[in-house]
Design a protein around this ligand. Structure first.
Ligand code: SF4
Ligand code: SF4
Length: 542
């Protein structure tokens, strides 16, 4: 945790513009705000360029001699290849509608965290190198040369953007600054400038199929613990299946769910749901120990790396011969699948158009990707009365829901999670309107920024979200923040502990599992965390 107390961090937000213009305000890389440089071993593993040890705080970043030439060529190629990028470089009218919409600007007060200015860092070089107007007018036309300081500024600020797309919701021209960040990071990767919280997960995903580098036998071992815990709470022995050829459905979730609380409880929730569906309806779901990561860290590196990591899920679906893929509670997995998969590795014609074998519902939105989000799958089961639920078992929770940026803004998954929550718990309270649904505030730690060394940035960036949680905590006594993203489940506990310590974090399917009446279960006295259910305090102690 940062040494700064919450009051000190709040007092640090400076709303006064700097004395000098933005182009003349020098870069100042501050402790607590940046992430460590990429580990050379990881960079080498996936074949990315300029492998070496380097430190952002040192003057010499050990760049290739012709780094400007590499970036100029890379910039030109991307302007030619991506129409959106070219348009986004040209059409901003600097109206400022996006300026105060970024959680990093709100939380840090740093003007270069305004989306308009973050994009301008790149746009100014675009004007200088690729437009006649910029070449003639220079600084007066908003153009500047790509110097070493400008490059350092790119690295510093493109790794202070969680690619959450909140700013794009407010831009009258639809400019998506997250896409500009993606391009900025892609350019930086051409000369070996990444952060380690991106580079090492990418290498691990490439090597073992998940971001932690967990090997198949270790993954199975983790599930054995989950099975024991589930039996302790419910009295039911569940049997998750792995790598089963010919199963109906392949299930893929982010590996964050296997690894750390509270994601592990969500994982136990999936296992229980699939056991229930097998017992009641014969549904055959398999997990994979090879495609054991839904989250795509390649997304934070380059389009090519994103494509390479996305392909493993589909290769595994082909190998196992499943009908379609069900995906877990994840953020960026869904943005990659929903927005990029079809042109990267799809269409996935070797699978069937997803239809729920239990309700007969056709998931039209997944017709091409063949991948259904578990929130819509479960909402559909509930709607058709296919789950026996005792929502009173979540009565010890007063819940609010955080719309995770990517499922909310990237695929419009807004109502299904709410429908599920309202059917598995009695106490649900929305945060204020400007902070939910499409306008949701980011957790402050997405896009590979969920590291320990940049904790001050994370606490500052998460301030707007935490502030809205604080509001419902004070107004309604909310004690649980629900979400459908593994990064959220990893990032929010620290954020809540810092700003609203009375609120804990939960995944949607942990709540579903608490409420689910399992065939053959014994009397439940605790939730999945071993906390007594309301009115069961004495029995839970026995
Ligand atoms: S809202 Fe859009 S047009 Fe206005 S400054 Fe921001 S990016 Fe530019
Ligand atoms: S995408 Fe999100 S983090 Fe990036 S500039 Fe926009 S609002 Fe800020």
């Amino acid at each position: 945790m940062t040494d700064l107390k919450p009051d000190e961090l709040l007092a640090k937000i400076d709303r006064n513009p700097p004395a000098s213009g933005w182009m003349d305000t020098p870069i100042n890389i501050k402790k607590g705000i940046y992430c460590y440089a990429s580990n050379p071993k990881s960079v080498e593993y996936v074949g990315l360029p300029n492998v070496r040890k380097w430190n952002p705080l040192e003057e010499d970043w050990k760049l290739p001699e012709n780094w400007q030439e590499i970036l100029h060529k890379g910039f030109r190629e991307r302007l030619e290849r991506f129409r959106t990028f070219k348009i986004f470089m040209d059409i901003c009218v600097r109206c400022g509608a996006c300026a105060d919409k970024c959680h990093f600007f709100i939380g840090t007060g740093d003007p270069k965290n305004m989306p308009v200015l973050r994009a301008e860092l790149l746009r100014s070089v675009y004007r200088n190198d690729f437009t006649t107007f910029g070449k003639i007018l220079g600084k007066f036309g908003g153009a500047r040369k790509l110097t070493l300081d400008v490059l350092k500024e790119w690295w510093y600020y493109f790794f202070q953007c969680t690619e959450c797309r909140r700013c794009s919701v407010f831009c009258p021209y639809g400019i998506d600054t997250a896409e500009i960040t993606i391009m900025g990071r892609e350019l930086l990767n051409l000369i070996g400038l990444n952060i380690d919280w991106v580079a090492t997960p990418v290498a691990n995903c490439y090597r073992t199929g998940n971001h932690l580098g967990i090997q198949p036998h270790a993954l199975k071992g983790m599930f054995d613990f989950f099975v024991e815990d589930i039996e302790e709470v419910t009295g039911v022995l569940v049997e998750p299946q792995f790598n089963k050829k010919g199963a109906d459905i392949l299930f893929i979730t982010p590996s964050g769910d296997y690894f750390a609380d509270p994601g592990t409880y969500t994982c136990m929730g999936y296992i229980m749901l699939f056991h229930y569906l097998k017992e009641k309806y014969g549904l055959d779901v398999t997990w994979s120990t090879y495609a054991s990561e839904g989250g795509n860290f390649g997304f934070f590196t380059s389009h090519e790396t994103m494509k390479r990591l996305n392909s493993k899920m589909y290769a595994e679906a082909r190998r196992l011969g499943v009908k379609w893929i069900l995906g877990g509670e994840c953020g960026h997995m869904w943005r990659v699948v929903h927005q990029y998969m079809d042109t990267m590795n799809g269409p996935a014609d070797f699978m069937e158009e997803p239809v729920s074998p239990i309700t007969g519902t056709k998931f039209e939105n997944a017709k091409s990707t063949k991948m259904v989000h578990i929130a819509e799958f479960t909402a559909d089961l509930i709607k058709h009365n296919k789950l026996e639920l005792d929502k009173n078992r979540n009565d010890h929770l007063k819940v609010t829901f955080h719309d995770s940026c990517n499922p909310a803004r990237g695929m419009g998954l807004l109502d299904e999670p709410r429908y599920v929550i309202n059917n598995v718990c009695n106490n649900f309270y929305e945060m204020p309107p400007g902070t939910i649904r499409e306008q949701t505030f980011c957790c402050g730690s997405g896009a590979g920024l969920n590291a320990g060394e940049n904790i001050e940035l994370r606490m500052a960036g998460g301030l707007p979200r935490a502030n809205a949680v604080k509001h419902v905590h004070e107004k309604h006594g909310v004690n649980m923040l629900a979400c459908i993203c593994a990064i959220d489940r990893a990032a929010f506990p620290a954020l809540m502990e810092y700003w609203v310590p009375e609120v804990d974090v939960i995944g949607l399917h942990e709540m579903v599992a608490n409420a689910l009446i399992m065939p053959g279960e014994s009397k439940r006295t605790t939730d999945l965390r071993g906390e007594p259910l309301l009115g069961m305090e004495d029995e839970a102690d026995e």
